[in-house]
Design a protein around this ligand. Structure first.
Ligand SMILES: C[S@@+](CC[C@H](N)C(=O)[O-])C[C@H]1O[C@@H](n2cnc3c(N)ncnc32)[C@H](O)[C@@H]1O
Length: 275
């Protein structure tokens, strides 16, 4: 009880939820609300899987303190899902999509991409055993097609090859660690692991497929690291979404391998990039 009272007196901010004492604790509903109020003046800040906290908590969904901070909230996830759909919109209606998330966390970003991408299913990897168990339980109460694997993505990704007629979408959101600097923004070479290392590894596994890369970024990205990543793609586009306050906006760098999006009416297939 003592710890309970002490926690109620705390300010529920990012640093506290990510602290060694708190990060691996399952959040109670009042704590999710308090984090929203203390950090964003909004008790319903942590909407996930299309639900406000009271609803998802009531359905048995749970989050660790660290995942409460690290997860993509509905407002961002839905924007990403719609954006991804707009880029693959002109690909033939019969095309089947696999969406790979090597850094699952709550799977809420993957959940939203799957909601907007037709004929899709998801494969997600989560290295942390506790987060894996909680997310697996959460997903069991949702209507979504995600195979969640408890592993470092590099160890088991090669087991998840698919036939060449599948189009692959990869959502790239590793822990940022200390990669975000107040001065130069997010250095894509310093995430854990670096973004380019992830792209190179996953691209080698799916080298026979057209791929759409969706990399989560901060509104300020270190320009050298951005240029280094963009040169790997046949086409790329950076978009920052107009949610969150200035200085805390997020967005995505979209990139493609072995195809380019078309603005023409729906095609009979995807247009392979000329090399
Ligand atoms: C930034 S969070 C992802 C948040 C997620 N997009 C969401 O919406 O909840 C990164 C997650 O990747 C996991 N992770 C870190 N390194 C990993 C690895 N090598 N393989 C698989 N999972 C990893 C972490 O445990 C953490 O849960």
């Amino acid at each position: 009880m003592k710890a309970h009272h002490e926690d109620r007196a705390r300010i529920y901010e990012r640093a506290f939820l990510l602290s060694p004492e708190k990060r691996n604790q399952v959040m109670k509903l009042w704590e999710v609300h308090k984090y929203g109020v203390d950090s964003f003046s909004d008790p319903d800040y942590v909407c996930i899987y299309g639900m406000p906290p009271a609803e998802w908590y009531g359905r048995g969904v749970r989050l660790l303190a660290r995942t409460t901070v690290e997860c993509v909230r509905d407002s961002l996830g839905e924007l990403i899902g719609k954006h991804v759909e707009s880029v693959i919109h002109n690909i033939a209606a019969t095309t089947k999509f696999i969406v790979v998330d090597p850094f699952a966390g709550s799977c809420n970003s993957l959940y939203w991409i799957l909601r907007y991408v037709r004929n899709s299913r998801g494969i997600a990897f989560e290295i942390d055993g506790t987060i894996f168990e909680i997310t697996k339980q959460n997903l069991s109460s949702l209507d979504t097609d995600i195979e969640l694997v408890n592993s470092d993505y590099k160890l088991l990704l090669r087991n998840y090859r698919v036939s060449v007629d599948y189009f692959i979408i990869v959502y790239v959101a590793p822990p940022w660690g200390d990669a975000l600097s107040e001065i130069s923004g997010l250095d894509l070479r310093r995430t854990k692991p670096p973004i380019a290392e992830i792209v190179d590894y996953v691209d080698d596994v799916y080298k026979e497929h057209p791929i759409l890369w969706v990399t989560q970024v901060h509104q300020t990205v270190d320009p050298v690291s951005l240029a280094d990543l963009k040169k790997r793609f046949d086409w790329s586009a950076l978009r920052i979404y107009d949610i969150n306050i200035e200085g805390m906006k997020h967005g995505v760098l979209l990139g493609t391998s072995r195809w380019k999006p078309s603005t023409r009416p729906p095609m009979t297939g995807f247009s392979r990039a000329s090399t």
